[in-house]
Design a protein around this ligand. Sequence first.
Ligand code: GLN
Length: 488
Amino acid sequence: MSINHYTNLEFATIRELQAQLAAKKISREELLKACLDRFAKYDEQLGTALEIFDESSILARGQNNPNSLLNNIPGLIKDNICQKDRNLTCASKILQGFKATYDATVTTNLKQAGALVVGRANMDEFAMGSSNEYSAYKKVANPWDMTRVSGGSSGGSIAAVAAGLVPWSLGSETGGSVRLPAAFCGIVGIKPTYGLVSRYGLVAYASSLDQVGVATRTVYDNALVLSQIAGHDAKDSTSAKRNKLDYTQNLTEPTLRSGLKIGIITNALNAEGVQPEISQALDQAIKHYEKLGAEIKPITLNTMDYSAAAYFIISRAEAASNLARFDGVRYGNRAQGIQNLNQLYAKTRGQGFGPDVRLRILVGNYVLSAGHAGDFYHNARKVQSLIRQELLACFKDVDVLLAPMHAAPAFKFGALDNSLEMDLLDYFTCFVNLAGVPAIALPCGFTKEQLPIGFQLIGPDFSEDLLYQTAHAYEQTNNWWNKQPAGF
Ligand code: GLN
């Protein structure tokens, strides 16, 4: 483990790179070249990108916006977010060869901010998974230990930032897919309030939960990128009508909002299976917040125990209906040797979707079927609304909530071959998505084996500015963020 003294471009933050560009220590082309060289050198082993674009096409698409702090800064976008005329596969065989015909709103926003999008990030197929072992193309390794998973489903986006290949990336969350890998890889990841960021051009998994998220090495950088992509979009009917905000505005000093009350979700902290190293790191983080002046209140979130089950049903139900569009007629691949329409559907979908996606579609259709929707889907919706009510009630007593991100650090490839265990990784994350509220994950230590440990802060609707301020105060009075995995 080494400390970054900003002598090099790798592992530099957006802010630092911007200063180097402004001082003319590097040019836009040199910065991009350095980034592409790092992908060429390291990504064969890491597997973070499904495609890195050629230099000239990246530069040709980058718009110049001298007023933006993202101007000329390279980054990576998850491969379920449309980039016009680029391939879009969602890491699935069914979309092999498909090209996006338009830019997602977030892609447009980033281009207008002058950012340079260097490629398409690897992911679990259709964003379904927690380890990035379910990509149809390749796995993503954890930069802290290449024999371990990065976490998923936005593993490519997160590992690329954690290995210092790019300073920012976009991922997506349905049930924890930005925060979980961020915690496994020791970086910062946010899941914004549902509706804050446009979903136009984000391939749907479970539309009522999906949100684009941001991954960076620092809280400041994260706020900077979110400021560019947040805001109302008439092309997304679930987009919230909110004024655009500069989320970096409260990040000048590493101080907490005065009188800040933090609720600790004690049943999550004491949940079965949480390893002592994880709870010790969390205890330290809580003590640190106390030192910074926060008032700490233990709370119990009773509905949390039902969240993974409700999430399981709702996400599969919506996935089954959203993925019905991949039928061999309109998008991507079509199976060969077809005799009739039923064969066209069955063969195309059977060959195109991986086993986990097929399983989810089956479960989704089952829980929505006439005889069962009442028992499963409608009950899950009721549980969802109870979770939201309980969380909102908590926010009458405390400003933000603090909880673990995971019970154990990143596991070895293949270690969770049981899909129930994989699904239970959602326990610490999916209640946030079901409630629609924002949460940010950030690093708070390392295990003895030098594997990152993360925690999360959760706030009420549209409290991103408070979450960033609270996270920033912690980050800037610790140096976890500044640690780098060896070998990059
Ligand atoms: N692990 C969860 C799932 O597979 C979360 C995925 C996500 O947030 N996209 O559904």
